[in-house]
Ligand binder design. Sequence first.
Ligand code: 2HA
Ligand code: ZN
Length: 240
Amino acid sequence: MLFTDTINMCAEVAGMLWQRGWAERNGGNLVVNITEDVDENIRRLPPLTTPTVLDTKLENISGMYFYCKGSGCRMRDLARKPMDNGCIIRIGADGSSYEIIACKPIQPTSELPSHLAIHNHLAANRPEMKASLHTHPTELVALSHVENLCNTEQMNKTLWAMIPETRLFCPKGVGFLPYAEPGSIELAAGTLKLIEQHDAVLWEKHGVIAVGSDMMDAFDTVDILNKAAQIRCAIPSVIA
Ligand code: 2HA
Ligand code: ZN
């Protein structure tokens, strides 16, 4: 796939997130590994910024290219103008920094630590998985307020019981991560541990992050999990 097709798919998903009500204001973010698809013209681009040092050395993705939603940008704007609301970054040769190379010096998403930690894991262990998606799906977040569901086992038991598709399409389920500050290294570290064994990670009282072969695949995972959560929320006892 051309990297431009990959970015257009991100724009399509961004529009769907906004339509679903899962991307209020600048809520949510997405990152996709475009390394295999970037052409020589992109590879030759000089950096637009000085390198930004990463908190953790990510050797598995050194030299790789990613399209990232921009920090503070809105999904509904990215849907129409992906290169005005996102950027392409290149990870440094030793995996300890990144630089923005296109098209404008737009800072990548505030959740970059979580996304890049995930991509560093995927590049070494599941290279066919190229996309990571964070969004604020209403009913999944609602269930993360219900105390007895706030652990991985109970959350999956509940979601899988709602509709058979959930277990079929999300066989590894969702990992539950207790509240951590948005954008923090703690959030990234906790997410990395859980994504190694699950299809997605639910961030308590915040949102979800999922991986996929492409952005639409990651979206489908969130959509299926949230459908189960919606059904659970429609059963009155969850409120009681
Ligand atoms: O991009 O959703 O978690 C804004 C957020 C931070
Ligand atoms: Zn968020």
